[in-house]
Design a protein. Structure first.
Length: 421
């Protein structure tokens, strides 16, 4: 039987012993990858005995790849992800002077991993700056290929920049560039297709998991033809493709204007009672405030790249920080998915045993869920919660917790395995 994961008729087919390519990562990557794999393997065995097993296959990227292959992103690494569909990676350093803006961006763009999924939940016992972190339970769908990730920029003083500036002024009649001679420029592409496939994925995710709402977060009040279009395309998609499975704020406002507020509120209440997904929108700056004050109002978030960057880190801070925040880059159509640690390489603590493996480990749990191995994923969630509640933590959380027990990276992983009930 083949060890290759494949996709047929839009459905992921995972063998009992899939090959999972992994990139160890730079800096603390070598410290956190093996302990994370050890925990994942233990959870799989706990859930399925010997009937299922992950076959780990190391592939190279980053500094290790440059030393061994002379390039930071070898072709065989991309080929392995294409062949096996699913992979996982540690943090990578962005190379200087090689023409790659970011290895992470290169992977996302090459494999067209258009969704960056960041679930945010709190584990009991983890210190938080907010009063009720248990109310934070959100799933961020951040567009991963457009907006600022397109990387279309022109630096002030360069010849291409002068041509672009002159085109805007002379051909397009732009008169609002305050200091044209010293301005740099960036282009923000937001397409209908790119917006729709992200929002469609968010809606399907919410429906499959019986989640209450999808919120389109945007700055359409200012950027009307990019972020404003994202919002409008989102409402169109929800109403046209998902019909009776959703109820949108746009429908609410239409009923309100035609039949009054009371009828609109009744329609909303009936939709919620029927288990429909409520599709709404909010301006980005308002969301950053409201998610702190009323986190229980939000479940699935669909947004563009730059907004998603801000939102992801704020929400992560609300539940303990980016060190325990997982992430996944996914193309739901092709099946390609790379799960990753969301933090940096932290070279100053590499090799000291101080690194927290939770971000990578929880990304591995997302990988298990993506594979359909939900029982194994729950074993890790439960064991981590039990470990945190006992205040057994690594150095980053130890400094914030009274009465905690300090563990090294490997000891923390062993403690999680011990707590798998």
């Amino acid at each position: 039987m083949s060890n290759k994961t494949r996709i047929e008729n839009g459905k992921l087919i995972v063998p009992d012993q899939p090959v999972i390519p992994y990139i160890e990562g730079d800096g603390i990557g070598k410290d956190i990858m093996l302990p994370s794999q050890k925990v994942i393997d233990a959870a799989v065995e706990k859930a399925y005995g010997k009937s299922k097993k992950i076959i780990w296959k190391e592939v190279l990227a980053g500094e290790k790849a440059f030393i061994e292959k002379g390039t930071h992103l070898p072709d065989e690494t991309l080929d392995a992800f294409r062949e096996h569909l699913i992979g996982i990676k540690g943090p990578l350093t962005t190379p200087i002077g090689e023409g790659i803006r970011s290895l992470n961006v290169a992977l996302r763009q090459t494999l067209d991993l258009f969704v960056y999924l960041r679930p945010v939940r709190w584990f009991k016992g983890v210190p938080s700056p907010v009063r009720y972190p248990s109310l934070v339970d959100m799933h961020i769908f951040r567009e991963n290929t457009e907006d600022i990730y397109a990387g279309i920029e022109y630096m002030a003083g360069e010849e291409k920049t002068k041509k672009f500036r002159d085109f805007l002024i002379n051909e397009m009649g732009v008169s609002k560039i305050r200091f044209p001679e010293t301005s740099s420029f960036g282009i923000k592409p937001v397409s209908k297709e790119g917006s729709e496939r992200l929002i469609r994925a968010a809606l399907e995710y919410a429906i499959q998991r019986n989640l209450p709402s999808v919120t389109l977060v945007h700055k359409g009040n200012i950027m009307k033809f990019t972020e404003g279009a994202f919002k409008n395309w989102g409402y169109d998609l929800a109403e046209n493709e998902f019909g009776k499975q959703v109820f949108t704020w746009r429908q609410f406002e239409k009923i309100k204007s035609e039949r009054g507020k009371m009828d609109a509120e009744k329609a909303l209440a009936d939709a919620k009672k029927a288990g429909k997904v409520i599709v709404k929108d909010v301006i980005t700056d308002a969301f950053l405030q409201e998610s702190l004050l009323r986190p229980f109002d939000y479940s699935v978030i669909a947004t563009m790249n730059l907004n998603g960057d801000y939102i992801s880190d704020q929400l992560a801070a609300m539940v303990g920080g980016i060190g325990i925040s997982p992430g996944a880059n996914i193309n739901y159509k092709s099946g390609y998915a790379i799960f990753e640690a969301t933090h940096g390489t932290a070279p100053n603590i590499a090799g000291t045993g101080q690194a927290n493996p939770s971000s990578l480990l929880l990304s591995g749990v997302m990988m298990l869920e993506y594979m359909g191995w939900d029982v194994a994923a729950e074993h890790v969630y439960d064991a981590m919660e039990h470990t945190f509640s006992k205040r057994f933590v690594t150095s980053d959380l130890y400094a914030q917790m009274d009465g905690a027990t300090l563990l090294s990276t490997s000891e923390f992983a062993d403690e999680i395995i011990k707590n798998m009930h």
